[in-house]
Design a protein around this ligand. Structure first.
Ligand code: SME
Length: 161
């Protein structure tokens, strides 16, 4: 199947998943598995969520698929993860070896995307994806990952968060 068609199918599966699962936690768990299984260049897929009430704020590793990472707690002034959460912007890094902010998770990682998750306009966490391929996160990929973050934000809002 051409990549563009696969992305379309995965997008449909993601929205069906969001309807089918009862909680945001279930959605995140199933979503990381779906993305890891179906998107062939997504070699590590995980959520980091802001720890409620933590001062200074810290991102804590949540549901993930892929090898265990040494970075289970990331302050907002560290890493690509910290940059995305503190700016509220999607961060795409085509070559992690050239980005001084990058915190290494696997020696095989070549590119990374981090997309913030918002609840009522505030960042509550983010979806982080690493690829063993350089520049894996094209515009089309960015849109899919941003769609995932929106689905999770809406589910969290629906649960009254
Ligand atoms: N590379 C991230 C750290 C998390 S691991 O990739 C899973 C960063 O630079 O913030």
């Amino acid at each position: 199947m051409p990549v563009a068609d696969r992305v379309g199918v995965v997008r449909k599966e993601l929205s069906e998943l969001a309807q089918a699962v009862p909680t945001a936690h279930d959605l995140m768990q199933r979503m990381v598995k779906l993305l890891h299984d179906r998107m062939l260049k997504y070699n590590w897929v995980g959520f980091y969520m802001l720890e409620p009430g933590a001062q200074p704020p810290v991102l804590v590793l949540g549901s993930f698929e892929g090898a265990m990472t040494p970075h289970t707690r990331i302050p907002l002034n560290q890493g690509i993860c910290g940059a995305a959460a503190s700016s509220g912007q999607t961060v795409v890094v085509d070559d992690v070896s050239k980005d001084p902010r990058y915190l290494a998770c696997s020696l095989e990682t070549k590119s990374e995307i981090v997309v913030p998750v918002f609840v009522h306009g505030k960042v509550v966490g983010e979806l982080d994806i690493d690829s063993h391929f350089p520049a894996a996160f094209t515009q089309e990929n960015q849109e899919v990952v941003q769609y995932c973050a929106i689905l999770v934000g809406k589910k969290l809002e629906a649960s009254g968060q």
